[in-house]
Ligand binder design. Structure first.
Ligand code: ADP
Length: 544
């Protein structure tokens, strides 16, 4: 028997309409690419989103067309999020930090019709435009006064595009499974792969993100996403702030400690989100200046493992609750969040930190399983490690026009292979031990490169650390630690080994340590292990 409830589609246009109606006076503040702070409200944003929707129709944009953005976190980018998806087209956010070669592939693979680009990225795009035969034109995210001389064909300013348009638009109602946005994973090998979100998956993910045991975003929050809007839709922030009616503070291109701290304080920021490298930069600035946060309550860290030293500093020195989260582009991205349960609040401090160091516990809506090499399920006992597979309504069902990648990504039961190795405990806490391809296989045992890296960055002389497996004649692979010291010569090998001996099992100790000036990163700020393997894979270990 069918139930008797309304069949109202979950559409992205309804999110901003809600924010404009009932949180119309709540602010959206942007540090613009041009420099000054821009300030308006959800009601103002909605009026301009409707102008944009009219302008898009004027450009001849059709449902399903892909429209690309190369842009920072700004109010104009936010308007594109709602305007493009709202008319039934697909918002394709491109990570401008990708190699030009990857951007060329992505724009052509996605068959983008128009490209919306921040001033910062105009020169880079000018060099590529000749290779985009299908792109009809470019919209530079600025006004006519700041419009640069450009060789981009059919280019105009965003403000001139929307200026004379009516601020009312009748949003089309369509199937909630319609594609809303497209985001390519940076992928350290092979071509980038496109994840195509739906209106339904986006809105369901948004409910999850706002729930108290996930990130608990509410109308009292002032939220600053450091995570870029070109990286998995800023982990859903652009949508969840509208659902909650929260204040949104967009940092534009300035992500250094001083600029972030200034916005945290001036805009009463209560919650912020970003990858560990950003927080390392902020913590270094805070320590140098002797500053304090006056309003910041929660800090969400994900994308790579958060080291214990960072969690402890944020919680104990600055009184900020750290929420360690895990997810993927393919998962919209949230899979687990590290909000402690009531029974855990009474645990001794060390035990609470052990839990906070894990990647969080599973949210409702995502199912997890771990399997061994033969695909057999392993117990959720906090000890058994295996490959993590996931299932749920905001997890990808296949890559955009990429059959080969799709085929490899799912098991016979249709679960998505994350490529991560982890344990899961009875409370649903996940601890990622490694990427499957990064784990070090030493004499039949596994060594977690993440655990070793975390232990190494706990040393005050270490700015950043990476561990890779290097061939060993007897053990198959042994760990090599690569360290970027805070000061050149500030820490030596013997001291480092002594420090690690207190913190990891003896057989985990790296066989060698090398010191470098810089470590390579991916376009999303993660350690680029493939490059390190290329550079150090043939490193001769002492005694090997
Ligand atoms: P990209 O690097 O292409 O942006 P994603 O952001 O989708 O890709 O990366 C997802 C991967 O990042 C996960 O599969 C996992 O390996 C890693 N990751 C994400 N969050 C964490 C975390 N908190 N701790 C450790 N690894 C993480």
């Amino acid at each position: 028997m069918q139930g008797l409830m309304m069949d109202v589609p979950l559409l992205i246009s309804n999110l901003i309409r809600h924010a404009a109606r009932y949180h119309g006076d709540t602010e959206i503040v942007t540090r613009t690419v041009e420099g000054p702070i821009h300030r308006y409200t959800w009601a103002d944003a909605y009026a301009r989103v409707q102008q944009l929707a009219n302008a898009l129709q004027g450009l001849g944009v059709k449902p399903g067309d892909r429209l690309a953005t190369l842009a920072w976190n700004t109010h104009r980018h936010l308007e594109l999020y709602y305007g493009i998806s709202g008319v039934g087209a697909v918002l394709h956010t491109i990570n401008p930090r990708l190699f030009p070669e990857q951007i060329r592939y992505i724009v052509n693979h996605a068959d983008d019709q128009w490209v919306f680009v921040d001033l910062t990225f105009v020169p880079m795009l000018e060099k590529l435009a000749a290779e985009f035969p299908k792109v009809k034109g470019y919209v530079v995210l600025t006004d006519d006064a700041h419009m640069p001389e450009t060789t981009l064909p059919n280019a105009r300013s965003y403000e001139s595009l929307i200026a004379d348009q009516p601020a009312e638009f009748d949003w089309p109602q369509f199937d909630e499974k319609t594609a809303s946005s497209l985001c390519y994973t940076s992928g350290t090998t092979g071509n980038p792969k496109g994840v195509l979100y739906t209106h339904r998956s986006t809105v369901l993910h948004c409910y999850c993100v706002c729930s108290p045991d996930a990130l608990g975003i509410c109308s009292r929050d002032s939220l600053l996403p450091v995570v870029p809007m070109f990286h998995v839709n800023a982990w859903g922030c652009a949508y969840s702030t509208a659902m909650a009616g929260a204040k949104l503070v967009l940092p534009g291109p300035k992500l250094d400690g001083a600029s972030l701290y200034e916005l945290f304080e001036s805009e009463g920021v209560t919650i912020t989100l970003g990858v560990p490298t950003v927080w390392l930069g902020l913590l270094a600035y805070m320590a140098e200046q002797g500053n304090r946060f006056s309003t910041l309550q929660r800090l969400v860290v994900g994308g790579s493992a958060a080291p214990l030293s960072m969690i402890v500093a944020l919680e104990e020195d600055y009184g900020v609750d750290v929420i360690h989260a895990w997810g993927m582009t393919e998962m919209s991205p949230i899979g687990t969040t590290g909000v402690l349960k009531g029974k855990m609040l009474r645990l001794p401090k060390e035990d609470r930190y052990k839990l906070k160091l894990k990647q969080g516990r599973v949210v409702y809506g995502v199912e997890l399983k771990i399997v061994d090499d033969a695909g057999n399920r392993l117990p959720h006992d906090g000890t058994a490690q295996g490959e993590l597979l996931v299932r749920g309504p905001w997890i990808t069902a296949g890559y955009f026009e990429d059959d080969a990648a799709t085929k490899a990504a799912f098991d016979s039961e249709g679960w998505f292979r994350t490529g991560d190795i982890c344990t899961i405990d009875a409370d649903g806490f996940v601890q990622i031990t490694d990427r499957a391809k990064d784990i070090i296989k030493s004499g039949g045992e596994w060594i977690s490169s993440i655990d070793l890296e975390n232990a190494a960055v706990g040393h005050p002389g270490v700015a950043e650390a990476a561990v890779i497996g290097v061939h060993h004649p007897k053990w198959q692979e042994r760990p090599l630690l690569i360290v970027k010291p805070r000061k050149a010569g500030g820490v030596d090998k013997a001291e480092m080994l002594q420090f690690l001996e207190q913190r990891v099992a003896k057989w985990w100790l790296p066989d060698d340590i090398v010191f470098v000036d810089e470590l390579p990163h991916t376009a999303t700020g993660k350690l680029l292990k493939s490059k390190l393997r290329e550079d150090f894979g043939r490193h001769r270990l002492p005694g090997a």
